[in-house]
Design a protein around this ligand. Structure first.
Ligand SMILES: O=C(O)[C@H](O)COP(=O)(O)O
Length: 230
């Protein structure tokens, strides 16, 4: 049976990971630690002789910068890269910018766990006057009003990531291209759910570390045979 290998990587530590703030589509930078996580990820890929032809990332600086640091380590900065809003982090609605511990003190641990880890409960939404409404950001000018998120559950995120995977990334893989995807905790959790057929109530337990290459071996139906971290 033909097997395919792809590599996923969550961005390195961001400023708001460090400050324990809900981030979502907020465009925060990597910390120095995040940059060095990305460098080590690139070195590990190099030591293990990984080769890539094409990359996908999100529209958010922390994933774009992580990818570029990894590619620099691999001496592959010249590779083509698609920047796709579908790979963005889950939009955290009106929680964006808030401290996670303070939010738990205010609303209770259980409510915050539901917002963070339930499959289909969305966070409180933003309205069009919010600085976090993506319709106010020129990078999302091509999205329709229906596509612009105002606060997503993991299920909502899944419903934009997986059609993009099936329609764009799978054909690319099937054309014999070795791909690297740099994205986010929840867009990658959605992809893992699909690739490994993880049940709605089990995906709550999957936590993806920042800046560590996640290798997937896929069968000819593009489903996981196995996955492991480098
Ligand atoms: O957007 C965020 O805050 C993080 O990248 C992921 O957050 P979570 O672990 O709360 O889903």
């Amino acid at each position: 049976m033909k097997t395919t290998r792809i590599v996923l990587i969550r961005h390195g530590q961001s400023q708001w990971n460090k400050e324990n703030r809900f981030t979502g589509w907020a465009n925060v930078p990597l910390t120095e630690q995040g940059k060095s996580e990305a460098q080590s990820a690139g070195q590990k890929l190099k030591e293990n002789n990984f080769k890539f032809d094409f990359c996908y990332t999100s529209m958010l600086n922390r994933a774009i910068n992580t990818l570029s640091i990894v590619l620099e380590e691999l001496d592959l900065l010249w590779l083509p890269v698609d920047h796709c809003w579908q790979l963005n982090e889950r939009h955290y609605g009106n929680l964006q910018g808030l401290n996670k511990a303070e939010t738990a003190e205010k609303f209770g641990d259980e409510q915050v766990f539901i917002w963070r880890r339930s499959y289909d409960t969305p966070p409180p939404t933003v309205d069009k006057t919010s600085p976090y409404y993506p319709g106010n950001d020129p990078r999302y000018a091509d999205l329709t009003v229906d596509e612009l998120p105002v606060g997503e559950s993991l299920k909502d995120t899944y419903e934009r990531v997986i059609p993009f995977w099936n329609d764009v990334i799978v054909p690319k893989i099937n054309s014999g291209t070795d791909i690297l995807i740099a994205a986010h905790g929840n867009s990658l959790r959605a992809l893992m759910k699909h690739l490994s057929d993880i049940a709605d109530d089990e995906i709550t337990q999957i936590e993806i570390p920042t800046g560590v290459p996640l290798v997937y071996e896929l069968d000819s139906n593009m489903k996981a045979i196995k996955y492991y971290y480098l």
